[in-house]
Ligand binder design. Sequence first.
Ligand code: IPM
Ligand code: MG
Length: 358
Amino acid sequence: MSKVLNIAVLAGDGIGPEIVKQALDVTKAVCKKFGHTLNYEEGITGASAIDAVGEPYPKATHELCMRSDAVLFGAIGDPKYDNNPSAKVRPEQGLLKMRKELGLYANIRPVSTFPSLIHKSPLRADLVEGADFMCIRELTGGMYFGRPQGRSEDGNTAYDTCVYTREEVERIMHLAYKYAGQRRKKVTMVDKANVLASSRLWRQVTQEIAPQYPDIETEYMFVDNAAMRIIQWPKSFDVLVTENLFGDILTDEASVITGSLGMLPSASIGIHTSVFEPIHGSYPQAAGKNIANPLATILSAALMFEYAFNMMEEGALIREAVAASMDAKVVTEDIAGDGKAYSTSEVGEWVVNFIKGK
Ligand code: IPM
Ligand code: MG
């Protein structure tokens, strides 16, 4: 059945525009193949929006997101802010504002391996081969949003607050169980309940909810131990669910299993429009050089078809094309190793042509 897809495209900063262009071209090719109509509109965000209008998530961009069926997102961040702790407006505030205002409480980051990349992982091949798990990171609570946050008057003390409510924990745990039910039926809830009060709420709420899912195994793990286990025994995870900051850190770690940070896509879902973005940042050193890996963004487009439009065949075709590009060794420098490094646009075009030829 052909459909109309209305998407917002927010390229953002750094390599954002280059990688999003490739994902958008892939999206266009898939829509053409399946007879869907694609309407897309671009919006500004991040440092580029600060430069243009003085704020990183302008109202017009929010309105665009709200009236779209899905948001394809690049990256946010600019080094001129990273080493300036006293900057009044920061590009990252735009990303956080978007997450909060769109109610994107769950960030889904699937971690799986590609056969042709196994040997690119710094981890032993037998450890990572077949690893396939889903990280669900809570995205609108915890230390990122807890108040108070700030500095004492004399500037010598600083504080952040980690806040969670029962409702926030409940909704994400139910989501974790739902996905585990469709997978290998295991949930690992990662916390620091031996130290943090907020973690003890997570654990208590999870213990209350778990009996509603008798066919799903619930495992509880402290975050320090989880950091070790992700490297040591990644195959032991199925659905890993955790709070915002732990999830931020653990998913960068988990990307090592895939072989490159440039390979991990994500879907942020919640109350309003869902957002699809690579987990890597704006990689400013590579901006404008046409060398960044577009595959995480292209795979985010696959998640967009699946999660936002329930178009499984379309998503599967993108995955197939991405796997084929790696088998053909048409890859960017981060995964090329001793082989030839292709440019961002060459990889994107290869994927598009594969889809057209199918
Ligand atoms: C991510 C990023 C962001 C985060 C930054 C850019 C604010 O690291 O999406 O993982 O910390 O959430
Ligand atoms: Mg991060």
